[in-house]
Design a binder for this molecule. Structure first.
Ligand code: HXC
Length: 258
């Protein structure tokens, strides 16, 4: 029996996806990226799930696209099959918050996959790099676009042009990731954070994620207008009524995700 290239599990309102090609440090091949896209989409449309966690193994979140497979491809192969766009970009369509939980290596496409997530929590063992230049390639899964937006041009150029690898503390300092925790508590802390976010109103979370992402796609005035319309729309939801009533009544809100 072939091994499952991803594993899925649930913990309350949290959907957990584990990359599972440990022998090749979770190298990202088509089977894995197709399965990842399907799993993300399945959790995204599941009303019992509020937040999705994406994790690898203790040694590697993912060491990049599968070089053994790419090594034989020609331009026609990648152009005709729409490499990357075809399946890697499924994560862009996900409306619920996605949290990357990174231990060990996040290199090349693995780093780019983490950068596509909304929150990145790293264990102290985590290493982030875009070493594609060493292969005569370039960070073509969004890395040249998301990294400078995350850490600025100077640091992004340094990482891309020199293949420099950052440890978790540097990545945290540069703003590439959200938080650093001890490896021993990474899973526990990720799941606790995910559960806490998942307890909030699901439609409010989705609207909020869309607003923040809009900051990268629009002018300030367009982005602020979009945000304002999304804020106004919250007043049409029962969750906003419940959240504010609960505050007034000094009790915890009971969101119905409506
Ligand atoms: C395929 C990979 C792999 C990868 C590791 N492996 N990374 N296979 N694709 N990206 C395999 C190794 O071949 C090896 O298989 C096994 O995983 C363990 O790796 P080792 O090299 O033996 O481990 P170690 O000595 O600890 O070195 C770890 C490492 C090194 C530093 C991460 O494996 C490495 O440099 N990997 C490539 C990293 C990289 O360049 N990533 C970017 C890829 S390009 P065997 O069978 O020998 O045991 C990319 C582009 C995305 O991501 C965007 C689109 C263009």
């Amino acid at each position: 029996m072939p091994e499952d290239v991803i594993l899925t599990a649930r913990d309350g309102r949290v959907g957990i996806i584990t990359l599972n090609r440990p022998k090749v440090l979770n190298a990202l091949n088509d089977d894995l990226m197709n399965a990842l896209g399907a799993a993300l989409t399945a959790f995204d449309v599941d009303e019992t799930i509020g937040v999705i966690v994406l994790e690898g193994s203790a040694r590697a979140f993912a060491a990049g696209a599968d070089i053994a497979v790419m090594a034989n491809w020609t331009y026609s192969d990648v152009y005709n099959s729409n490499f990357i766009t075809r399946n890697w970009e499924a994560i862009r369509q996900i409306r619920k918050p996605v949290i990357a939980s990174v231990a060990g290596l996040a290199l090349g496409g693995g780093c780019e996959l983490a950068l596509s997530c909304d929150i990145i929590i790293a264990g102290r063992s985590a290493k982030f790099g875009l070493p594609e230049i060493k292969l005569g390639l370039l960070p073509g899964a969004g890395g040249t676009q998301r990294l400078p937006r995350a850490i600025g041009k100077a640091k992004a150029m340094d990482m891309c042009l020199t293949a420099r690898v950052l440890d978790a503390a540097e990545a945290d300092r540069y703003g590439l990731i959200s938080r650093v925790v001890d490896d021993e508590t990474l899973r526990e802390q990720t799941l606790a954070l995910a559960a806490s976010v998942a307890s909030f109103s699901a439609p409010a979370l989705m609207a909020l994620k869309e607003c923040v992402n809009r900051a990268f796609e629009s002018t300030l005035s367009e982005g602020v207008l979009f945000e304002r319309r999304e804020l106004h729309a919250r007043f049409a939801t029962s969750d906003a009524r419940e959240g504010m009533q609960a505050f007034m009544q000094k009790r915890q809100p009971a969101f119905e995700h409506r």
